[in-house]
Every structure is written in C-alpha cells, then in structure tokens.
Design a protein around this ligand. Structure first.
Ligand SMILES: *[C@@H]1O[C@H](CO)[C@@H](O)[C@H](O)[C@H]1NC(C)=O
Ligand SMILES: *[C@@H]1O[C@H](CO)[C@@H](O)[C@H](O)[C@H]1NC(C)=O
Ligand SMILES: *[C@@H]1O[C@H](CO)[C@@H](O)[C@H](O)[C@H]1NC(C)=O
Ligand SMILES: *[C@@H]1O[C@H](CO)[C@@H](O)[C@H](O)[C@H]1NC(C)=O
Ligand SMILES: *[C@@H]1O[C@H](CO)[C@@H](O)[C@H](O)[C@H]1NC(C)=O
Ligand SMILES: *[C@@H]1O[C@H](CO)[C@@H](O)[C@H](O)[C@H]1NC(C)=O
Ligand SMILES: *[C@@H]1O[C@H](CO)[C@@H](O)[C@H](O)[C@H]1NC(C)=O
Ligand SMILES: *[C@@H]1O[C@H](CO)[C@@H](O)[C@H](O)[C@H]1NC(C)=O
Ligand SMILES: *[C@@H]1O[C@H](CO)[C@@H](O)[C@H](O)[C@H]1NC(C)=O
Ligand SMILES: [Cu+2]
Length: 327
C-alpha cells in the first residue's frame, strides 16, 4: 500500500509539472481541455478492488452479454459482441501501426461508456498488473473462479467451465469468421508466454525513446503478447485470437495494463511524449509511401461510438478520458 501511494504521488507531481507544456489554445483538432485532478477517475488494479467492487464489475460485464446487439456486424447477438466485432473488423489496421495504442485507448473508453450508460455501472474501471503474475498466470487472482473471471479452459476444446463466464457463448469469430451456432469462451493458459510479462521487459521498453520503438515495437511485443498468449495460448484461446480477443472479458483488464505502460512511458518525459506519436499507418506499409501516423489521424469506431483522432486520446487527463491509474 505504501508503495502504491508513493508511486501515485510521484506520478501526479510529474504530471503537474508537465501540464504547462500542454497546448494552451483549444483551436486544435483534438481535445486539449484538462480534467480537474479531483475529477480524475482512478483505474484500479484488480487486487485493489474490494470484493463488492469486483462483483459489481463482473455483473456489468455480464450485462453486456444480455443486451441486444446494436450493430450489424456479422455474427453479433449482444453488446459484448458489438465490441468484439468492431475490433475484429479493424484488426488489420489497428495493430503494429501508429494508432495501435491510441485506438485501443479509445476502445477501452468505448467499453467503459457502454458499461456506464447501458449497464448502469458506477464503479471503477480496472486493470491487471501482469508483472505480478509473470510465469504464474494460473494462480492469478484474475483467474479465480470465485472472485475473478474464472480459470483456465478445460479439455481439448479449452472451454472455460468455471466462474462467472462458464460456458459462455461467442458468435463473432474465430478469427475473421462468424459462427451463428456459437462456440464457447476458451482459454489455454501458457506460462511460457506469461513469463513475457516480467518487469525487466517493461524496463527495457521504458529505456527506449521514440513512440514507435517503445510503444509499438516493445510494449506491443512481450508485455502485450504475454497477456494474449499467456491466457490464450495461441489462437485456441479466445484472447489469443488477435481478431476477436475482446471476446474474453479479461481483454479489457489486459489492455488497460498495456495502456498504463504507454502512459507510464509518456510520463517518463511528459513534455516530449504527451503528444508524441509516430509509426506507419499501415502494416506492412501497403501504400508504398509508409505514411507516418499524426495527431490528426482518424480513430474509427464504425458507428459503435463517435470517431476520435489520435490527438484526442494522447493525454489521459483530458476532459474526454479523465483517467489516472492507481499506481
Ligand atoms: C468497497 O469500496 C466501495 C467504494 O470505495 C465502498 O463503498 C464499499 O463499502 C467497499 N465494500 C467493501 C465490502 O469493503
Ligand atoms: C459478412 O460475411 C459475409 C460472408 O458470409 C461477407 O461476404 C461479408 O463481407 C461480411 N461482412 C463483414 C462486414 O464482415
Ligand atoms: C439502467 O437504469 C435504467 C434507469 O433506472 C433502467 O431503465 C435500465 O433498465 C437499467 N439497465 C440495466 C441494464 O440494468
Ligand atoms: C504461483 O503463485 C502461487 C500463489 O501465489 C504460489 O503459491 C506459487 O508458489 C507460485 N508459483 C511459482 C512457480 O511462482
Ligand atoms: C490450461 O488448460 C489446457 C486445457 O484447456 C491445458 O492443456 C493447459 O496445460 C493448461 N495450462 C496450464 C498452465 O495448466
Ligand atoms: C459448463 O459445462 C461443463 C461441461 O459441459 C459442465 O460440467 C459445467 O457444469 C457447466 N458449468 C456451468 C456453470 O454451467
Ligand atoms: C506455450 O507456447 C509456446 C510458444 O508458442 C509453445 O512452444 C509451448 O508448447 C506452449 N506450452 C504449452 C504447455 O502448451
Ligand atoms: C535501462 O537504462 C538504465 C540506464 O541506462 C540501465 O541502468 C538499465 O540497466 C536499463 N534497463 C534495462 C532493463 O535495459
Ligand atoms: C515501408 O515499411 C516497410 C516495413 O513496414 C519496409 O519494409 C519498407 O522498406 C518501407 N518502404 C519504404 C519505401 O520506406
Ligand atoms: Cu487489439
């Protein structure tokens, strides 16, 4: 607890010092309004959620599966599917490119918006400190069948058979397909992958100095794949299937963690990095010109919510995002 508070206060002091460098005018194409410190919503690590907060969060996630789909993407039955489907549809353009972390930051906010406005969720958003479970996801509290999201899959089909999402049915996927008859939520915990969540690897990324190298190619490598592969195995686990990884509710805790790594990296040199973006817009660079991603680049949600631009999501403290991590 001591460590958590010390971290938070260091972070907030750093941010206050950096705030003078934010764009002073509001004429830009993106949100530059700063959220008051007292208004910041704290995203809590799962272990820092108390039992009623954990239960309420899981009830809200379950609610998404009970509300009818509003999109017309192939295979969508419920609101949970709508989110999975927009990620599935955009997968070729949102990974290994400049918008990778901005798009996923917006996607997390979209998920939160739907939880709050359609499932009446009022509790904190939450993230998973995977460094604490590196090499040992099996025993992670997020995989607890009673207080978490259920455990590893079972049998040859890897279906999750315990916890709040036991035998849940997915229809979007696998990969680019859709399955009207449904298939089960799957996990295949793999500790070889989960070892990639080690703190030392995060430090390696923090030592890199450009957005593209640090965020896309380093945070986007081991820390990112440790969550997808550590819980999913390969494509055999839902979260290991890059197209439809949001099918597993743990996706949102994992990507909040990845988002936090980017935010921590931004804060290591806030003046230079608060609005530092880069990386190509396509991967492989299919336009031949290797267009570099800018702050004006459109982040598409295809009607699930309104589009934003990269600049709207660079500052976690702006009035749109208005978030901070608990440590
Ligand atoms: C959990 O935290 C919430 C919000 O801080 C509080 O209202 C609630 O009483 C706590 N519940 C338990 C069981 O500690
Ligand atoms: C839906 O699936 C059909 C094939 O069944 C495919 O032709 C179409 O492109 C898909 N639409 C989307 C939006 O993925
Ligand atoms: C959310 O609250 C509104 C207003 O009380 C209610 O009509 C609605 O049914 C609630 N939604 C869910 C999913 O509980
Ligand atoms: C995994 O975590 C459990 C529970 O915290 C612990 O008892 C066990 O020793 C850990 N195993 C390894 C290999 O770290
Ligand atoms: C997870 O479950 C699968 C079966 O679904 C099994 O093959 C695998 O060994 C399990 N992983 C761990 C780390 O126990
Ligand atoms: C899930 O399915 C398995 C295998 O069919 C079954 O043993 C288990 O009781 C089911 N669990 C729930 C919560 O429905
Ligand atoms: C875990 O994944 C690695 C890397 O793909 C693979 O070589 C290994 O066989 C997997 N382990 C298990 C127990 O499935
Ligand atoms: C990061 O850089 C510092 C300072 O140069 C160095 O001491 C440390 O070993 C580096 N850490 C890693 C994991 O590369
Ligand atoms: C564009 O980027 C790709 C990597 O995505 C690289 O292999 C290629 O050489 C680049 N082309 C140009 C013209 O810079
Ligand atoms: Cu993704």
């Amino acid at each position: 607890m001591y460590t958590c508070l010390a971290f938070l206060s260091t972070l907030l002091t750093g941010l206050a010092a950096g705030s003078v460098t934010r764009r002073a005018d509001s004429s830009g194409a993106w949100n530059t309004t700063t959220c008051a410190t007292s208004e910041l919503e704290i995203i809590k690590e799962w272990r820092n959620m108390n039992s009623s907060e954990k239960a309420a969060y899981i009830v809200a996630e379950q609610c998404l599966w009970t509300l009818p789909a509003k999109t017309t993407f192939n295979g969508t039955v419920n609101r949970h599917d709508d989110l999975t489907a927009v990620h599935q549809y955009l997968t070729p353009t949102i990974h290994a490119v400049g918008q990778f972390l901005p798009w996923h930051r917006l996607f997390m906010k979209t998920h939160e918006h739907i939880l709050r406005t359609e499932c009446n969720y009022t509790g904190p958003m939450t993230w998973w400190d995977e460094t604490k479970d590196a090499g040992n996801y099996t025993n992670s509290p997020v995989l607890d069948p009673d207080t978490g999201f259920g455990g590893n899959g079972t049998g040859t089909d890897h279906c999750v058979t315990d916890g709040p999402f036991a035998n849940s049915t997915l229809t979007v996927g696998p990969e680019t397909a859709f399955t009207p008859e449904g298939f089960c939520l799957k996990r295949n915990v793999n500790e070889t992958y989960s070892a990639g969540a080690a703190e030392v690897i995060v430090e390696t990324c923090n030592n890199l100095t450009s957005y593209a190298n640090a965020a896309i190619w380093c945070i986007g490598a081991s820390p990112h794949t440790a969550g997808h592969g550590g819980v999913g195995g390969g494509v055999e686990g839902s979260i290991g299937d890059i197209y439809v990884s949001p099918g597993d509710p743990l996706f949102y805790l994992h990507h909040a963690y990845i988002d936090r790594l980017w935010w921590k990296w931004q804060n290591l040199d806030i003046e230079a990095r608060l609005y530092e973006i880069g990386g190509y817009t396509t991967y492989p660079a299919s336009d031949g010109g290797n267009t570099t991603t800018t702050l004006e680049y459109d982040l598409q949600l295809l009607g699930v919510w309104e589009d934003k631009v990269v600049g709207d999501v660079m500052d976690l403290h702006n009035s749109f995002l208005c978030h901070e991590y608990d440590y």
